[in-house]
Design a protein around this ligand. Structure first.
Ligand code: BG6
Length: 510
């Protein structure tokens, strides 16, 4: 019977096949804030399998009932959130909650995995599921290798009877090239590459997925998308939040490791990749990886800036500096901002600089990609210097204002020929209804149906770490410069100089 409804078509797509999801870190923040609301949204849109079981695993002692009410609370809070305010779908929430059981476990103890094996057998009867299992590692990175070793030793990741066993690994995947390689070797001891789903939640964002659509589903952009027409590219991921309550994680991670080799480089790869032969997972991932592998070795001294926020203000409100944040070492040199200049050694991009920046405690939350086109080659208008003509820019706005904008010059009305800059501005919300989502729905669903397109393959992760290797080496020197910027500002002056040296400037955070 299960098989009949598995392929049921719903207005949102096809239901995922019967499976069990095991969440390690079921009591944690990620599960509460993002995974559970995402699973609820999948239930609400009838994409969750008809035959479904969820086993929450964590160290705390907790009954099934207590776990369910913990989850219910987070889903209700999510649905009541002002951004998502919607009527709660009680029937689907109830169905989701009834699929859940809880297992208290010691991640390092073999006995816990014997228990987990028994539980997986038990839910086959109680919840009419089969042997398809997704293990979601929503735990600190230090546990990834050990958990997978234990799953392997207990035989829980063996794929039998044509049914799958997949492991979703959250970021960060390693902390540099060597540790990422070591972790990968450890995982590959128990898993095939096709069983590993390396998560980068930026790829779950609609606007990020739209970069490929915009480029390859329209005829007008691609002919201009190259060194003949593009002067440079800017990628910005600016956040207003500071370190929040994450000092323990952030102090040892910093902005570069936290954002560059993963989120920002994914944006870089999608912007610069060649058209894939198909939208098959490996065809897309091949092209993205090639971009990262073609990045010219960064000169850390001249082409990078790291910064740390000091006291400042936003909208008249005083903001503390990083060193005064809870849990931060008062002498910390951890960077909260990074800017990089990269070059890509291929025929499409040779000579076109890519400027990347990301930072905490900045003036605005703004993630965007700016494609800055070249100036017209000469001025047709006698009194207008070529330099005064505004170069065209295509701004792909990722968040929070989702859309795209094209800037160009137009005549200012009047007897004189004067040129002003105007915008053609597209906002997603004007055209499409925004479905309430956490961004994790697509990724969880894709893992269930075995589509790895939006997950990182190991070669791409390694290529990312390889690019930042010179920075890590340079910044390991205690004498390496650390610029400061006021919290609530647009970043350190040194980052402006990175572009200013070639008479370019960052687009203002507006
Ligand atoms: C996470 C980083 O991966 O991404 C955080 O660890 C960062 O430091 C977050 O704030 C940004 O994601 P989003 O979806 O809020 O833009």
């Amino acid at each position: 019977m299960a098989q009949d409804i598995e392929h049921e078509k719903t207005p949102h797509g096809e239901r995922a096949p019967a499976c069990t999801v095991v969440i390690f870190g079921a009591g944690g923040d990620l599960t509460k804030r993002l995974l559970m609301p995402a699973l609820y949204n999948l239930a609400r849109t009838n994409l969750l399998p008809s035959n479904f079981a969820l086993i929450g695993v964590d160290r705390l002692e907790m009954s099934d009932e207590a776990f369910r009410s913990h989850v219910e609370e987070s889903v209700r809070a999510f649905a009541a959130d002002k951004h998502y305010a919607q009527t709660l779908d009680e029937a689907n929430l109830k169905r989701l909650l009834s699929s859940m059981t809880y297992l208290s476990a010691d991640f390092g103890a073999a006995a816990s995995y014997v228990e987990l094996g028994k539980r997986l057998e038990a839910v086959k009867t109680s919840h009419h599921v089969n042997d398809n299992v997704m293990f979601y590692l929503a735990v600190g990175a230090r546990f990834f290798g050990g958990i997978v070793d234990q799953l392997g030793a207990a035989g829980l990741v063996n794929e039998t009877n044509n049914q799958w066993r997949r492991v979703v690994v959250e970021k960060p995947f390693g902390s540099d090239l060597a540790s990422a390689q070591a972790l990968n070797t450890q995982l590959r001891h128990s898993l095939a590459e096709s069983q590993i789903y390396r998560m980068d939640h930026f790829l779950g964002k609609e606007t990020v997925q739209n970069i490929m659509l915009m480029r390859f589903a329209n005829g007008i952009f691609e002919p201009l998308w190259n060194r003949d027409h593009i002067d440079h590219v800017q990628i910005t991921v600016a956040e207003t939040v500071g370190v929040e309550k994450r000092a323990a994680f952030y102090e040892t991670t910093g902005a570069m490791r936290d954002m560059m080799p993963n989120h920002v480089f994914q944006l870089l790869a999608l912007t610069a990749m060649e058209s894939p032969a198909s939208f098959d997972a490996d065809a897309v991932r091949n092209e993205k990886t090639k971009v990262l592998q073609s990045v010219h070795r960064v000169d850390a001294v001249t082409d990078s800036v790291r910064g740390q926020y000091s006291a400042g203000s936003r909208d008249g409100q005083a903001l503390a500096g990083y060193l005064k944040e809870d849990g931060v070492n008062p002498g910390s040199k951890t960077e909260t901002y990074v800017a990089l200049k990269l070059g890509i050694d291929n025929w499409r991009w040779a000579g076109v600089p890519f400027y990347l920046r990301t930072g905490k405690a900045m003036a605005k939350r703004q993630s965007e990609i700016v494609i800055q086109f070249k100036r017209p080659p000469f001025s047709l208008f006698r009194d207008t210097a070529t330099e005064a003509l505004t170069p065209n820019a295509l701004v792909i706005k990722l968040q929070p204002d989702e859309g795209a904008m094209l800037t160009f010059g137009a005549k200012i009305p009047g007897p004189k020929i004067e040129i002003g800059q105007v915008h053609m501005d597209f906002h997603y919300k004007d055209y499409f209804q925004n479905a309430p989502s956490t961004g994790y729905e697509t990724l969880i669903y894709d893992c269930m149906i075995g589509d790895a397109t939006l997950f990182q393959r190991s070669d791409s992760v390694m290529a990312g770490w390889d690019i930042v290797r010179p920075l890590q080496e340079y910044w390991a020197d205690p004498k390496a410069p650390l610029a400061h910027y006021a919290a609530g500002s647009e970043g350190p002056a040194a980052a402006d100089e990175l572009l200013g040296a070639s008479h370019r400037a960052w687009r203002t955070l507006t």
